[in-house]
Write a protein that binds this ligand. Structure first.
Ligand code: F6R
Ligand code: MG
Ligand code: MG
Length: 364
């Protein structure tokens, strides 16, 4: 059975500040999607939040980029925004960059990850959702999952994965894409993938069967609005088991809280901390950045789950490590590399300060 799994997310208002989503906003989204399920547009859905971002996890038969599904997500965010305004939540409607829906939410602010698949007998999927970071945050974890034998032993000892995976990278600045084959092209691939601010992994495919293995949202809000309006707070869908990495191989990369862009005012490097969903309420210096992971089994499109995969004491050490890294970085205060390089910062007073001091600069 052909089935589409769509994860569409937006920050439509924070409670309190940018730390979390208000329960009433989640209830509202739930209500909207419930009606769509009753009407037969959705097979199933699940609503959650990672920090101040609301994620709509939906299954249906309309394919990727379906206008009906995107409109449903848009209308749901618009309804949520109305409520956010009423509750005077912070940044109500933050990610909705347009006043009217125009066919596809992709260029309008919300983040989108969708895959149309042939549902397997047992279709295991893991959905990663992050807050206070940007689209490139998935690069290192995806590399480890699908190309690194020190992470994924299946690449070495499982016959159905030994042929490797291919990676589709998007240049988020020039709007170009390129595909690399792992393992033989990993050195070339890492030249680009190692620069996640510019090149983000959009999708991963099984080389033997061509099946899609993973899809991420790569929208860059900053570039779309022509100014910075928030971090991307991306989502990523990964298929698991059989031809794909095992659940444990998919979660393993997050035992290393890698440094990502985001955190306070979207202008700092910070460790990506894997947490259970109730812990995804970034508070210290508006962070540190969080990632949650929900596991589902799909049954004729029904979402059996979620299981909150980072709700496991085995991730206590990575969390502790992330706190240590956070502490170490915070001691740098306004200095790089804690603070992002000038051109990557979401907030900057540079133009005003420069203008004010222009005349005081003299040639050396
Ligand atoms: C980062 C983030 C927060 C805000 C900060 C200031 O992605 O959401 O760190 O940037 O709280 O928020 P404003 O400018 O809305 O007062
Ligand atoms: Mg926000
Ligand atoms: Mg956010």
């Amino acid at each position: 059975m052909k089935l589409t799994l769509s994860v569409i997310k937006a920050d439509i208002g924070g409670y309190v500040g940018h730390s979390a989503s208000h329960p009433k906003i989640l209830d509202k989204a739930q209500e909207c999607l419930k009606a769509a399920k009753k009407d037969g547009l959705l097979i199933d859905f699940h609503v959650t939040n990672c920090g101040d971002d609301v994620q709509l996890i939906m299954t249906h038969k309309k394919g990727e980029d379906s206008e009906a599904i995107h409109k449903l997500a848009w209308d749901t965010f618009v309804e949520g925004t109305k409520l956010a305004k009423k509750l005077r939540l912070h940044g109500a409607g933050q990610d909705l960059l347009s006043d009217a829906f125009s066919g596809n939410v992709k260029a309008m602010g919300p983040g989108v990850a969708e895959m149309e698949i042939e549902e397997r007998q047992a279709e295991t999927v893991i959905i990663f959702m992050a807050d206070k970071t940007s689209a490139g945050a998935w690069n290192m974890p995806l590399y480890k999952m699908f190309a690194d034998p020190f992470n994924t032993i299946g690449l070495v000892i499982a016959g159905n994965m030994h042929g490797g995976f291919s990676f589709e990278l998007h240049d988020v600045k020039e709007h170009k894409k390129i595909t690399f084959n792992a393992p033989e092209e990993i050195y070339d691939m890492l030249v680009f993938m190692g620069a996640p601010g510019r090149y983000a992994v959009k999708a991963v495919y099984h080389r033997g069967t061509g099946e899609v293995a993973s899809v991420s949202s790569t929208q860059r809000l900053s570039k779309m609005a022509g100014r910075y309006v928030g971090k991307d707070d991306p989502v990523c869908i990964v298929r698991s088991q059989g031809n794909f990495p095992a659940v444990g191989e998919i979660l393993e990369p997050f035992t290393m809280p890698a440094l990502v862009e985001g955190w306070m005012r979207g202008s700092h490097h910070g460790p990506l901390m894997p947490v259970a969903q109730p812990q995804a309420n970034p508070s210290r210096f508006d962070g540190p950045p969080r990632v949650i992971s929900y596991g589902f089994q799909l049954a004729d499109g029904k979402l059996v789950g979620p299981r909150d995969m980072f709700d496991d004491p085995a991730f206590d050490e990575p969390r502790r490590w992330a706190n240590q890294a956070a502490e170490y970085l915070r001691r740098h205060g306004p200095f790089e590399p804690h603070r992002l390089p000038l051109e990557e910062m979401e907030y900057t007073t540079m133009p005003q300060v420069m203008k004010k001091l222009e005349k005081r600069f003299v040639n050396l």
